[in-house]
Design a protein. Structure first.
Lengths: 294, 447
């Protein structure tokens, strides 16, 4: 596959994984937790490097998953000890991120990890970091990692679809039905951290947030059915990746940034023109009602 | 180290930077308190991220690095982001958290796009805009710091002057509107104040961590007081201290960004507050809770022993005392807790050991247990007939002590107790009018 093809594939994989996980975050009103975890993942990656002394993807995944779940746990802990939830998120992620940045500036000099990379990702380098087994060319490592995480996410969602769905829409009923709500919560947090860290290399820690929230929010305005929402969200993710890439090549700017902007534009269009929940359709409906009553 | 410290204190530029971060910390603690109490902490996060494209556009228009242009650009795009967040919540079914995250990430993405555009244009990082991401107080020069300090002082003055109005807006917006305050205007003003703090903090603390400057000092201060005026002062002090501390550490260590250090300092103060604060701290709460748990266990054990004693007393039997297992079967209490309670009761001479894991009440213990049992059983009766006695409002009272009720009601309740057959039958010595005395049922008899 061509250089361009690999970048598009990577971007699309990020779009699909983040889009799917993002839907649940939006429904569970935990979008800001995604923001928090995408920041703290940095600490997990730096920590994993400092402990294992290598930049292998698997260590990064483990480190990030641990810190991601810790973030969710700390937020829960502060919240249950009386701190209001928005402040709890704010305190936890900023402090863990700050520690991550400090460690990075103390020890990061020797690694190719640096703060810019952490923020913006290096999707342009993805096609050169290839996986070879016994001399057989297998394509970029990032694609394999993202693919694996996507498959894992899909398996988890497939296995626990009903449980996740009920506990997202009606947590009280889920408890009454005996669904382990807390387990589902941390399962989702684990999925979120894995997705975040796998996407981290290509779109950067902070822009993962855009991919997690914007496609899901767009889909939320287009449908009332969870399964449809998941599919639309994944499609919007892919579409933003493609559109973002072409914007970036035309203006010669950051690819990941452009993907976020493209997602934002798609959301804005949906916000106005969505057939059921859009501004325009609701305005038309109101007009029609006025005419009828007049 | 000491030499560098001396050089810092004597270096004019560093002195200005320290004053700047001190004022910045003060202002953000002050204004952050209001943001926190209005549950708008994360709006600050969105504003900070959203400031990035504003800064870049200001740079593109002006063509050079200029603090005043940056502040204007950042403020405008921050306010625009707030506007979008509010409109999305109002005009669609998207909730607040999603709306904040959405606007934040798209604005930031756009900022990154512009940033790479600028860096490609001006060959490398000469624009110095990169410093805005993590903050680099050391890169501030005199004029910038003076501008930052001036804005910070202005923000502090506005907050202090409008303190009463903002307080009312925070705690009771409806009442504020009722007495004719322009709440819409004040809300806008508060948003502008938040944007103001965020914007002047960007260069020192950075886009990503600026929100923590608003949240962390305020939430730490919340632990120490219940009063807004105290909270604002404490938060300001914490903010100022963290600002100065972070700046000092960052200027002595090469290549260390200032923002994270400031935030870590603030977080440490937060953690200390959370654990050790005198009223709301975790430590005090834990001590209080364990004391309460012990007291409840003590009452439960005494009452259980009383219940057993009563059963024997009625059946004209004298046993060998009561086994620990027997108590545990009746009350949810762990063996270690039970033994702790029993041994402390033994020290108080309220219970007596009658064999291996066997216990009975002493005369003194019986008196104590009698009162506990009477009170609890009265409570049962009271709850069964709550509507009759509703006007006494016992439940609102913290103590719920029924023995404090008027004599008449108390006799009525005792009458009911008798009707239900729940009257405590074994009486302590001095209340015992000619009946069998307790002392292990005074060798049974009496029939």
């Amino acid at each position: 596959m061509s250089y361009e093809g690999w970048i598009l594939l990577t971007g699309s994989l990020v779009g699909i994984s983040c889009g799917i996980v993002g839907c649940f975050l939006i429904l569970r009103k935990m979008a800001m937790l995604a923001d928090a975890i995408s920041h703290t993942v940095l600490l997990g990656i730096v920590g994993a490097y400092l402990i294992s002394n290598s930049l292998e993807g698997i260590y990064m995944l483990i480190g990030a998953a641990i810190v991601g779940i810790l973030t969710a746990f700390f937020v829960q802990l502060l919240h249950s000890s009386g701190v209001q939830s928005d402040a709890a998120i704010g305190v936890v992620f900023t402090s863990l991120f700050a520690v991550g940045v400090i460690l990075l500036s103390l020890f990061g000099g020797k690694v190719h990890l640096d703060t810019d990379h952490a923020l913006m990702g290096e999707i342009t380098f993805i096609p050169w970091d290839i996986l070879e087994i016994n001399g057989i060319y297998l394509g970029p490592k990032a694609v394999w990692m993202l693919g694996a995480v996507l498959v894992l996410n899909l398996i988890i969602i497939f296995l626990f679809y009903k449980e996740i769905k009920i506990s997202s829409f009606d947590p009280d009923m889920a408890v009454a039905l005996g669904i382990p709500v807390l387990f589902i919560h941390y399962l989702l947090m684990g999925m979120l951290s894995l997705t975040t860290v796998a996407s981290f290399d290509s779109v950067g820690a902070i822009l993962v947030v855009a991919m997690l929230i914007v496609p899901g929010a767009t889909a939320y305005l287009l449908t009332d059915k969870l399964s449809v929402m998941l599919i639309i969200s994944a499609l919007v993710g892919v579409l933003s990746a493609f559109a973002g890439y072409f914007i970036a090549t035309i203006f010669n700017v950051s690819i990941s940034g452009s993907m976020a902007v493209a997602a934002g534009v798609i959301f804005a269009i949906t916000f106005v023109f969505s057939p059921t929940h859009g501004l325009l359709s609701r305005w038309l409906a109101r007009k029609r009602l006025q005419n009828k009553s007049a | 180290m000491s030499e560098t410290l001396v050089s810092i204190w004597t270096d004019a530029n560093t002195q200005w930077v320290l004053i700047g971060t001190l004022l910045l910390g003060l202002a953000s603690g002050l204004i952050g308190s209001f943001a926190l109490l209005k549950k708008q902490s994360l709006i600050g996060d969105a504003m900070a991220h959203a400031a990035l494209p504003g800064i870049c556009i200001a740079f593109l228009i002006h063509g050079a690095k200029s603090m005043s242009w940056f502040i204007i650009g950042a403020a405008l795009s921050g306010l625009l982001a707030t506007f979008f967040i509010e409109k999305i919540i109002k005009l669609s079914r998207i909730k607040e958290d999603t709306s904040i995250g959405l606007v934040l990430s798209v604005f930031f993405g756009f900022g990154i796009v512009l940033l790479t555009y600028i860096n490609h244009q001006s060959k490398g990082n000469q624009s110095g805009i990169d410093d805005f991401i993590f903050g680099q107080a050391a890169s501030l020069v005199g004029a910038d710091v003076k501008l930052i300090s001036a804005v910070a002082v202005l923000l502090i003055i506005i907050t202090v002057l409008l303190f009463k109005e903002l307080k009312l807006l925070t705690f009771d917006p409806q009442f504020a509107q009722g007495i004719g305050l322009p709440t819409g205007l004040l809300n806008g003003l508060l948003m502008t104040l938040i944007v103001g703090v965020v914007v002047i903090g960007l260069q020192a603390v950075g886009v990503i961590l600026m929100s923590a400057m608003l949240i962390t000092p305020a939430i730490a201060a919340r632990y120490w007081t219940e009063r807004l005026d105290h909270m604002v002062i404490i938060a300001g002090a914490i903010g100022a201290f963290s600002g100065v501390f972070g700046t000092l550490l960052s200027t002595t260590t090469k290549g260390m960004p200032t923002g994270p250090l400031i935030i870590v300092a603030a977080t440490i103060i937060f953690l200390i507050s959370m654990v050790f604060a005198p009223k709301r701290g975790l430590l005090v709460k834990a001590i209080h809770q364990s004391r309460l748990r012990k007291q409840v266990a003590r009452e439960q054990v005494l009452q259980t022993l009383y219940d057993f004693t009563e059963q024997e007393y009625v059946q004209y039997k004298v046993g060998n005392g009561f086994h620990e297992q027997q108590i545990m079967k009746k009350r949810p209490i762990s063996i270690s807790m039970l033994q702790k309670v029993l041994s402390s009761l033994e020290k108080e001479e309220l219970v007596r050991r009658t064999g291996d894991a066997l216990w009975c009440l002493t005369e003194k213990g019986l008196t104590e247990a009698y009162h506990i049992t009477l009170r609890n059983r009265l409570m049962e009766v009271y709850l069964m007939n709550e509507m009759t006695y509703a006007h006494f409002n016992i439940r609102q009272d913290q103590s719920m002590d029924l023995l404090q009720l008027p004599e008449k009601v108390l006799t009525e309740l005792k009458q009911l107790l008798k009707q239900y057959g729940r009257e405590p039958l074994v009486l302590p010595e001095k209340m015992n009018a000619g009946k069998r005395s307790y002392h292990r049922y005074a060798s049974i008899g009496g029939k």
